[in-house]
Structure formats: structure tokens, C-alpha cells
Design a protein around this ligand. Structure first.
Ligand code: ADP
Ligand code: MG
Length: 436
């Protein structure tokens, strides 16, 4: 046992078992880097790090003084940074090494709902019959909606069957390319990307306007596709909407199957939160989970942040996590997210986008383009605000709510049947919600 471990055992005697197991136990003492002046410990994550820094760093220091007459600084840092550095060094030595898949990105951990079931079903079936059903699969959707998780879930399944799976982001692919060109080792680059069984490329939108890498990517794509190897791609938008993308790439991306992921509906969010609680060993009551699900608008990535924030605050302040406490902790989040979207703002945005005046949208004009714009505005107002159909009828100068429900029906039909129109509505929604 090293001196650092001995100190932590002494500390164990002074604190509760729960606290020891939850935090102190995870500290690792660095025997090599620690000196007579400084004791270095590594914490596995920020939560543990902050908690120990605030609460126990001085106590640890004191124990060194009392038991070993050592007057030193106690330095606690994140373990990841060290590992990252090691990983970097390793990478430099072994350039052909590729990104690893996150093992917790599995199908079991992925909660399915209306918003993502199409993408889920597509990827799931491809993981069962790679290279045969749809090739490539192209998944698109907003930030934090589970694209990377899904593609890696397929990657994990196939890797466990012994297939060679390469996961990379466009950015890494580009960096790799540049390095191999510089080192004149392009055959190694091609070996890596063209000899795999499954290629997963994340965030394709970054190919935008980068001609050199598009060329290389095209050949990689053709080589793999030609021998029936599965390719899965993700992006934040539909291939059609990625500006500065070569036509031949665009058409190839659309050639297999394009599936979107939409922001999760309430039930899916609740399922995701329950799942994350289980994984992170946090216990929350139903009403708290429900509350968090309503606070988070769409980005699922926020959930993990919220859980650790709740957990950390409750530890620091020695209180249980109840609904009032949750509301206080999440106050800022709520204010940030609750977009103050009004009917006026939405109407103005639609008008601007379609090059007409807002007042025209609300007028009784019957020309084709006015009716079109009005329908879109009504649809978005219904989707993005809490207004009732009678309220919308009043705002848009229509007779009653049946006119509104007729409009909504029409728009929903269009969205179902017309891919371009659907993309258009998504774009407008993004524009409006991100501008508020
Ligand atoms: P994206 O690549 O679309 O930006 P990620 O795949 O990185 O999003 O997802 C962000 C986080 O949210 C990850 O921790 C992921 O596990 C989680 N997540 C997203 N969607 C789901 C889901 N449906 N079920 C469970 N976890 C999800
Ligand atoms: Mg991603």
C-alpha cells in the first residue's frame, strides 16, 4: 500500500461509509508524480473532483501532516486529462489506431419513441444484415438526439461479432488524411478506411465546402460500397441541405436510406431519464422525473448534466432531492429553455422566409402563396406555442377552430407525402426556435 492509499484509509475512519464509497474510494494516488511538496490524486469525474476539493482536500493535507509530518499541497485533478494525454501519445506512435466505440452506446440503452423509431428500426436491421439491406444509411437530426449513440450501437453489435468496425468523425478523417499525405503514407490511410467491414462516419455536414476531402471520401465510399461493406453516416441535416457538397456524394448519400431523428416526445424523455438514473445510480421520484422531462426541450445530452448537478448539490448541501429542490437547481435551465415564442414572432419569421409581409399572412387574402404561408404559420404556431385552436382562429382572422384543424390536417398530409416540404418545415422550426 502506498502512502496516499494509507492516508485515504485514515480518512475513511473519519467519514461515513456512503461518502467513502461514493467519492474517496475512487481517488487514485500518483506515486510517480507526487513529490515531497505535492501529493497528486486523480478523480474519475468532475463531480467527485469538486466535491473532494471543497470538502476533503484540507483534511487530506492535515492527515499527511499529522501522520507523516509532511507539509504538502494536495493536488486533485481529473483522471481523464491524464488518460487523454496518454492516449494522444499512443495515437502518435500508432497512427493507424482508430476511435473506439463507447461500450454503453447500445441498443438496450437506447429508448425508442415516435421521434426516433424509424432511425432506430433502420439501424437495428442494418446491424442484423450489414451491407445487404440499406447501404448507406444516413441518419440526420439536431444536436444531442442520439445519432452517435445509434450508429455506435450498430458498431458495437458488429464489432462483438468480430467484424472490423471503423468509427470516425469527418474531422478525424480529415486530420488523418492530412497526416498521411504529409508522411507519404496514403496506402496506410486507404488500408484503414477501405479494408474495414463497417464504416461509421459521424457529422458529415463538416464535409461542406472541403473539396479535397470530399474527393478522398468519395473513393473510400465507392471502394466499400463496391464490395458490399456497410456504411452508416450521420449529419445535422438532410444530405440535400448540406451546402457545398458534391452532387455525386449527395446522390450516393440519398441512395440507401435516409432517416431522421426528431426531438423526443415527453414519454421518450421520461424513459431516457429513468434509464440514465439507473445507469448513474441516482434515485428520483416520478414527479421529479416528469418535471425534468418538461424542462428539457430536446437535447438529451442535457439530461446527464442535470442529473450530476442535482446529485452534487444534494451532497454538498446535505439535502434530499425533492421537487422543490429540483426546481431551484434547474431554475436557470428553465428560463433559458422556455423560449418566449409568440404568435407574432412565428408569423414574422414565416413571412420573412417566404418574402411577404406579416400583415398579409393575417389578412383575408386568398392568393395561392398567401394561403400557403398562412397554413405554415398556423401549423408552426400550433406546434411551438401553447395556444388553443380557437385562439389561433382569432389571431389569424378565421371563422372558428374547424378552419384551423382543417389547415393542420392539410399540412400534416403534406409533411407525410412531400420530403422537400418536410425538410422545409424542419428548417423553419430550427430557425425560429434558435432565434428566440
Ligand atoms: P448526437 O450525436 O445526435 O448529437 P448523441 O448520440 O451524442 O447525440 O446523444 C447525446 C446523449 O444523449 C448521449 O449520452 C446518448 O446516450 C443520449 N441519448 C440520446 N438519445 C437517447 C435515447 N433515445 N435513449 C437513451 N439515451 C439517449
Ligand atoms: Mg454526435
Amino acid at each position: 500500500m502506498n502512502i496516499g492509499e494509507k492516508i485515504l484509509l485514515l480518512l475513511k475512519e473519519e467519514i461515513s461509509e456512503i461518502e467513502y464509497n461514493r467519492y474517496i474510494k475512487h481517488l487514485i494516488f500518483d506515486t510517480k508524480k507526487s513529490t515531497n511538496d505535492t501529493a497528486i490524486f486523480y478523480a474519475p469525474n468532475n463531480l467527485v473532483l469538486n466535491w473532494i476539493k471543497n470538502k476533503y482536500a484540507s483534511k487530506i493535507k492535515h492527515l499527511f501532516e499529522v501522520h507523516h509530518s509532511l507539509h504538502l499541497n494536495v493536488n486533485i485533478t481529473l483522471k481523464n486529462q491524464v488518460e487523454d494525454k496518454k492516449a494522444e501519445v499512443k495515437k502518435e506512435q500508432k497512427p493507424q489506431q482508430h476511435s473506439l466505440l463507447n461500450p454503453s452506446h447500445t441498443f438496450e440503452n437506447f429508448m425508442v419513441g415516435g421521434s426516433n423509431q424509424f432511425a432506430y428500426a433502420t439501424i437495428k436491421s442494418v446491424s442484423e444484415k450489414p451491407g445487404i439491406l440499406y447501404n448507406p444509411v444516413f441518419i440526420y437530426g439536431g444536436v444531442g438526439l442520439g445519432k452517435t449513440h445509434l450508429m455506435q450501437a450498430a458498431g458495437n453489435v458488429l464489432q462483438n461479432q468480430g467484424k472490423i468496425v471503423v468509427y470516425t468523425t469527418v474531422e478525424q478523417f480529415l486530420n488523418d488524411f492530412i497526416r498521411h499525405v504529409r508522411n507519404k503514407t496514403m496506402e496506410r490511410f486507404q488500408e484503414k478506411y477501405r479494408k474495414c467491414d463497417v464504416l461509421l462516419i459521424d457529422d458529415i455536414q463538416f464535409l461542406s465546402n472541403k473539396e479535397g476531402i470530399q474527393e478522398e471520401f468519395f473513393h473510400t465510399f465507392e471502394a466499400l460500397k463496391g464490395v458490399g461493406k456497410q456504411i452508416i453516416l450521420t449529419a445535422d441535416k438532410h444530405p440535400k441541405k448540406i451546402a457545398g457538397l458534391e452532387k455525386r456524394l449527395q446522390s450516393r448519400f440519398e441512395h440507401g436510406l435516409v432517416a431522421d431523428i426528431q426531438p423526443p416526445e415527453l414519454e421518450t424523455k421520461i424513459a431516457i431519464i429513468e434509464n440514465k438514473c439507473k445507469i448513474n445510480k441516482v434515485t428520483l421520484t416520478k414527479d421529479i422525473i416528469h418535471y425534468i422531462a418538461t424542462v428539457i426541450e430536446s437535447n438529451v445530452r442535457e439530461i446527464e448534466g442535470i442529473l450530476s448537478k442535482l446529485h452534487a448539490y444534494s451532497q454538498l448541501m446535505h439535502v434530499d432531492i425533492d421537487l422543490q429542490f429540483t426546481k431551484n437547481v434547474l431554475k436557470d435551465q428553465l428560463q433559458e429553455n422556455r423560449a418566449n415564442l409568440t404568435l407574432d414572432i412565428i408569423t414574422q419569421n414565416v413571412a420573412k422566409d417566404l418574402n411577404i409581409k406579416p400583415s398579409e399572412i393575417r389578412s383575408k387574402g386568398r392568393s395561392k402563396n398567401l394561403v400557403y404561408a398562412r397554413r405554415i404559420a398556423i401549423y408552426l404556431c400550433r406546434e411551438l406555442t401553447q395556444n388553443t385552436m380557437p385562439q389561433l382562429a382569432q389571431y389569424f382572422g378565421m371563422q372558428d377552430h374547424t378552419a384551423i384543424s382543417h389547415t393542420l390536417k392539410k399540412i400534416n398530409e403534406l409533411i407525410q407525402n412531400d420530403e422537400d416540404f418536410k425538410v422545409k418545415i424542419e428548417e423553419l422550426t430550427n430557425k425560429i426556435t434558435s432565434s428566440s
